[in-house]
Design a protein around this ligand. Structure first.
Ligand code: GTR
Length: 465
């Protein structure tokens, strides 16, 4: 009898617990009919921790976004022709002058050296290649290493490839002992990184962000590059990396619109694209560029400038990436320029606390990618990156897609958690969890690429173009 009583009490407590859990989850997800809303408890906690930062939707002041379809002189952009010939170049120039800076073109003496080719890597699942890109053509000059895995099961020789910069060296994305250990300078804090250098202990440390086997199984190749090869991520007055190699400051002074680090990393992605065009195993017409966080900002900027990049993906890119600057929600222009003075060009600092003076906002960065497919992804707990600002940016880029005769982000409101929108050429999701590049994100990016590249599991074309 006593046993039965305690069983009943236990069951009641269990039901209560489940109800509470459900209720709690709902509270953080917002009203399902209204789409995602930040958890009020999280907003309270973050606001308490950082009173200088706004995490409260109610406190976002009114702002007016510049219209991507109105020229600086007030002329309306009425057709695709005017967008391509006039407005697109104008917008691109505004981003170059005021935000990311001007980068040089492809260096004349650029050279590629394939130093590793294993057609039986990862137990036979992949072909692994490693390539050094010599930016100045000289062995001792600044260079980057590309690690490439291509699926052996693909029925097609040339496969579509995801290219992504990484934070801790190519060897950190997978424990494959064939990957060359990075010798470059590295930020501290990474597993197995000692005195800013990688050690054997760092092999595979970032594996959870790069589901290599899953990518291969879906018929895609993966190419990755350590971003610090291109430009080490610290402020040294632009002496090291590609800036040191290519800058020509006038009387020692850098121009206020000279490229920053994001400009440098994006430039590196274009040099990777130069290599892909020479490799017959790679379908260079179907390259998707993907980046997380600061590298998400970089992926968008690379995709905006280099139209050879066929699909562009921003994972939790936030301020200076997909998020609208004018919302001043989470990280702001002033905050980012203060913490990372080397990421953008000097002119961008003029907009610290003066976001409304910008002649562009980040929806126009996405619009520069039109009509190519672009995917923006946020994370529920990543309020620093302003998920709603990222969504709105994708939405306000849509008129340009419509003008070009295609669909943009076809949704008026934010979706619920983990409910991707993939109807048009702009995809969007907000994943449960925090600031990260998760397997869930990769799977959605591959779904999106399947749609736009027409790839099925075997890497066979399923879409007529
Ligand atoms: C943060 C920065 C963000 C984001 C992030 C990252 O510290 O404020 O803009 O880029 O770093 O790259 O991990």
């Amino acid at each position: 009898m006593r046993k039965a009583k305690s069983l009943i009490i236990f069951c009641c407590l269990l039901v209560l617990g489940i109800v509470r859990l459900q209720y709690g989850q709902q509270a953080s997800r917002g009203d399902p009919d209204k789409g995602w809303a930040a958890s009020p408890a999280l907003v309270r906690a973050l606001s308490k921790r950082r009173p200088d930062i706004n995490y409260d939707e109610e406190k976002v002041s009114k702002y007016t976004l510049p219209d991507p379809l109105v020229m600086l002189d007030g002329t309306k952009v009425k057709d695709a022709e005017a967008w391509r010939a006039k407005r697109r170049p104008e917008v691109l120039e505004l981003f170059r002058t005021h935000i990311y800076g001007n980068a040089p073109g492809r260096p004349e003496r650029l050279r590629f050296k394939v130093f590793d080719l294993d057609r039986n890597a990862l137990g036979g699942q992949a072909t692994r290649k490693q390539v050094t890109v010599l930016f100045t053509g000289e062995e001792e000059g600044v260079s980057m290493e590309i690690l490439i895995y291509l699926p052996n099961a693909s029925r097609k020789r040339a496969v579509p490839v995801f290219v992504a910069l990484n934070f801790y060296g190519n060897h950190a994305i997978h424990p494959d002992p064939g990957i060359r250990l990075s010798k470059s300078w590295m930020r501290g804090g990474g597993k197995g990184v000692i005195n800013n250098r990688a050690t054997e202990g760092s092999r595979g440390a970032r594996r959870s962000s790069f589901p290599v086997e899953e990518i291969l199984a879906r018929g895609y190749g993966l190419a990755t590059i350590y971003y610090g090869d291109i430009d080490p991520d610290f402020h040294d007055g632009f002496k090291n990396g590609v800036h040191g190699a290519f800058d020509q400051p006038l009387e020692g002074e850098r121009a206020p619109d000279a490229w920053g680090s994001i400009g440098g990393w994006a430039w590196g992605l274009s040099r990777a694209m130069d290599y892909f065009e020479t490799d017959d195993d790679i379908d260079h017409k179907h390259i998707a560029v993907m980046g997380h966080s600061r590298l998400g900002k970089t992926a968008l900027w690379a995709g905006a400038q280099d139209e050879r990049l066929a699909l562009v993906i921003s994972n939790n890119s936030g301020c200076g990436g997909a998020a609208l600057s004018r919302r001043r929600f989470g990280e702001t222009v002033k905050r980012i320029n203060t913490s990372f003075p080397h990421w953008f060009c000097d002119n961008f600092k003029k907009y610290n606390d003066h976001e409304d003076d910008l002649l562009v906002d980040q929806h126009m960065l996405i619009a520069l990618i039109a009509p190519r497919p672009v995917y923006v992804a946020s994370a529920d707990r990543d309020l620093w990156a302003d998920p709603r600002g990222e969504f709105l940016s994708a939405k306000h880029a849509s008129p340009v897609y419509h003008l070009l005769g295609t669909k943009g982000l076809e949704s008026e409101r934010m979706p619920a958690l983990d409910s991707p929108i993939q109807k048009g050429k702009i995809g969007y999701h907000i994943r449960s969890g925090g600031h990260a590049l998760a397997e869930y994100d990769w799977q959605r990016y591959m779904d999106f690429a399947d749609k736009h590249f027409g790839t099925d599991k075997s890497g066979t074309d399923t879409k007529a173009e």
